[in-house]
Ligand binder design. Structure first.
Ligand code: NAD
Length: 532
């Protein structure tokens, strides 16, 4: 694709006009009330040039946004689920029709490759498709028996919570913001969405597409600002919070939710291990691992940062994996087309954090087999695909999430030791195991402490399965997204009980010894006859 040079030396694709940027930034709820915040300068990661100013919401703006969403939600909640779903049927088509513009906007703020931007843009249509098939059934009231057959009944009803705060990170800014908001909306809620400032443009475009598909005006409100400035008001004015980001921020969000006695779903960080068993097929392992480690330049919560390889395969694995990492690095580039296969990191600040982990490891005796350098010739935030060995527990990269294109390879002899090492982390988001023998891989999978486990794959197999709930265990999260659980979490379950005849009142007239005897007999028989 041809690119044009705009003023300020950006290299934006022709689709991205100033009119589009102005239209999107005008959607942010800001300047309605409270002390006005200074606008945030959005930059194109590839060049560091300013592409526009993003208004910043004050806490008063956030409260106003939540009130607007709440007013629109009352009317939305009473619509039948099928009517709500019709909006998303159209949104599915609109997103697919606009994939190229969405990818442009993602690339501007993230600097990722075109291919990753397109793959990310396909996530919300996959989520929509799943709920178009299942939401009516999942949200339908379920009639259950009461304590006494025939005489009492109980119905389980799923009501929307009201207003859901969706707080999204920068690494998959379109996929996460949209795919977490969509089930909340399908369940009948309003949404106040807070994207990361760096990557707000693609999120705003996604909301515009939902509105073009027929979502009522006001139902989704976008607020922008620094987390600590807008976060507390956002949570105080919401009935549920869906947060995706780092474990440190997740803890703060969990505390705020607890203080307000609202539920929360926290999708947090990881330090994800991969175990390569002695019978794994390296022809399959190597290309998949390159993607699992370096896809999105290593800025994926489920990406692999630790690889344990059996000694029988270790040397060959290292030789082939290092060669593959170098071949990928040779295809790095900054372009809004499909040519580059490896992209930039999101910002110079983040690249410096990644580089600091590598330097810390190098300084304490680790070996950098390849990479370990920035590539300013390609753009201000490029960093080479990096492979380390000899990483020890005193190094930051051993235990902390690096969130960049950096991985450590460890040799193991004993399978038990590999499992122990893989689990030796406070995180539990994703784990991967490779073997030609699926039964053997499954036995190991059963012992790995992670919310997502991938057999003969890095992370795509579990994440792309939208029917199965996905989330982190240990300090990687609370709750799940996808599947029925990913929809029902946005509802309150209400129990409507009906007593057809007041038998309990009649029993109250009996002497208590008689009541006790009859209760015992009743409970015994109901158990024996499997009635309750
Ligand atoms: P972050 O925690 O710094 O920020 C995430 C979002 O929270 C941003 O929008 C930020 O502005 C906002 N925020 C920060 N402080 C806040 C506060 N006090 N109140 C309200 N909002 C606040 O994370 P990040 O650097 O943007 O994203 C990278 C992290 O996200 C990594 O740790 C990664 O593993 C994790 N992540 C997890 C998943 C998952 O599904 N488990 C997916 C993607 C990213």
């Amino acid at each position: 694709m041809e690119t044009t040079t705009h003023s300020g030396a950006t290299t934006l694709p022709p689709r991205i006009t100033q009119t589009l940027i102005d239209r999107l930034t005008a959607m942010v709820i800001a300047g309605t009330a409270g002390e006005q915040r200074e606008a945030y300068e959005m930059i194109e990661v590839y060049t560091g040039a300013v592409v526009g100013e993003l208004p910043q919401s004050s806490p008063e703006d956030v409260a106003a946004a939540a009130a607007t969403a709440r007013a629109a939600q009352r009317e939305w909640a009473v619509r039948p689920v099928s009517e709500r779903l019709a909006v998303f049927e159209r949104a599915h088509e609109l997103i697919l029709a606009e994939l190229e513009t969405i990818a442009d906007l993602i690339q501007i703020g993230c600097g990722k490759t075109r291919r990753m931007a397109i793959e990310e843009s396909c996530d919300p249509p996959m989520v929509i498709s799943h709920y178009l098939k299942t939401a009516e059934r999942t949200l339908k009231p379920i009639r259950r028996g009461g304590a006494m057959p025939i005489i009492t009944t109980s119905t389980e009803q799923h009501r929307p919570k009201g207003v859901v705060a969706v707080i999204a990170p920068w690494n998959f800014p379109f996929a996460i913001a949209m795919s977490d908001s969509i089930p909340a909306l399908i369940a009948g809620n309003g949404v106040v969405l807070k994207p990361d400032n760096k990557t707000a443009l693609c999120t705003l475009f996604g909301v515009e597409l939902l509105q073009r598909a027929g979502l009522p005006q006001g139902l989704v409100q976008v607020v922008c600002g620094s987390g600590p400035d807008v976060g507390p008001t956002l949570i105080e004015n919401s009935d549920y919070v869906m947060f995706t980001g780092s474990t440190a921020t997740g803890r703060t969000i969990g505390e705020l939710a607890g203080r307000n006695l609202i539920g929360c779903s926290l999708e947090l960080g990881g330090k994800n291990p991969m175990i390569v068993l002695d019978d794994a097929d390296l022809d399959e392992v190597i290309p998949s691992t390159v993607f699992a480690v370096y896809g999105n330049s290593g800025q994926a919560c489920m990406h692999i940062e630790r690889i344990y390889v059996h000694e029988r395969l270790h040397d060959e694995f290292l030789r082939r994996f290092v060669a593959a990492a170098e071949a990928l690095g040779a295809k790095a580039g900054a372009a809004y087309d499909y040519e580059p296969e490896f992209g930039s990191l999101v910002s110079v600040d983040h690249m410096e954090r990644v580089a600091a982990h590598v330097e810390d490891a190098r300084g304490k005796g680790a070996t950098v087999l390849t990479g370990g350098k920035a590539r300013p010739d390609l753009g201000p935030a490029f960093y080479e695909p990096t492979v380390l060995t000899g990483v020890t527990s005193d190094m930051a990269h051993a235990t902390m999430e690096t969130f960049g294109p950096v991985v450590t390879v460890y040799r193991y002899t004993d399978e038990e030791e590999a499992i122990r090492q893989a689990n030796a982390t406070t995180y539990g988001l994703n784990a991967s195991v490779w073997s030609r023998n699926l039964a053997r891989a499954n036995r190991i999978a059963d012992r790995l402490e992670a919310g997502n486990i991938n057999i003969n794959d890095g992370f795509v197999a579990s994440y792309s399965a939208k029917a199965t709930p996905s989330g982190g265990v240990k300090q990687s999260g609370v709750g799940t997204r996808h599947g029925a659980a990913g929809l029902l979490k946005y509802t309150d379950t209400v129990n409507i009980g009906v007593q057809k005849k007041q038998v309990l009142a009649a029993r109250a007239a009996m002497p208590y010894a008689k009541q006790l005897k009859s209760t015992r007999v009743t409970l015994r028989w109901m158990r024996r006859l499997r009635i309750r």
